[in-house]
Unconditional design. Structure first.
Length: 188
């Protein structure tokens, strides 16, 4: 039931927004009582925190697997990370929207638990960029921090426009992004 409440809430939060969705809306959609909700969650904000943790923990897990693979180059790892972020739209598209759009609804205490995880993902990516520069795979005249924000900005914003059932697959979109990031869009 906890998973059903979470899934239903993600759908409602995506459609209507966190603030506009009441606990009553959630339980009505599921056909259960408020008591059922409160058995699993102490508040709507605790539920939102659960959604945030689930989303970022899965991304960190996937990122960890990529970083641990010593058979890949930095370029390949960058592609896999971008692919993971874009691929998460198919796997957890509504969760991604809720994660990015509704983070403002977490109180300071809960935010202080999510922000370090989000920052860890960013710092891991930045470290990868730095390693790629050291290995000569990436240009050495670029600021790794700015490159990291650019990569994350492009990939993370894709939840707003990317349609997993559209013309291009996640792998194709990730390939275009990484090609653009590595080689620009100028004609050589």
């Amino acid at each position: 039931m906890k998973e059903k409440i979470t899934e239903c809430s993600i759908s409602l939060f995506e459609k209507n927004g966190f603030s506009e969705t009441s606990i009553q809306d959630i339980v009505d959609a599921l056909g259960v009582t408020k008591g059922t909700f409160y058995y699993y969650f102490s508040s709507k904000e605790e539920l939102l925190m659960n959604i945030h943790n689930g989303y970022i923990d899965e991304l960190l897990f996937q990122q960890g697997k990529i970083l641990e693979d010593s058979s890949m180059t930095s370029k390949q790892k960058l592609f896999e990370m971008v692919y993971t972020l874009i691929g998460s739209i198919r796997q957890a598209g509504a969760s991604a929207k809720v994660f990015f759009r509704e983070i403002k609804n977490l109180n300071e205490e809960r935010l202080s638990q999510i922000v370090p995880k989000r920052d860890r993902f960013r710092f891991n990516l930045e470290k990868l960029i730095e390693e790629g520069i050291i290995r000569g795979e990436f240009r050495g005249d670029l600021n790794p921090s700015i490159v990291t924000f650019g990569v994350l900005g492009a990939a993370n914003w894709s939840y707003q426009w990317y349609n997993p059932d559209g013309e291009l697959s996640e792998k194709e979109v990730a390939g275009i992004f990484v090609e653009m990031m590595l080689n620009g869009i100028a004609n050589p």
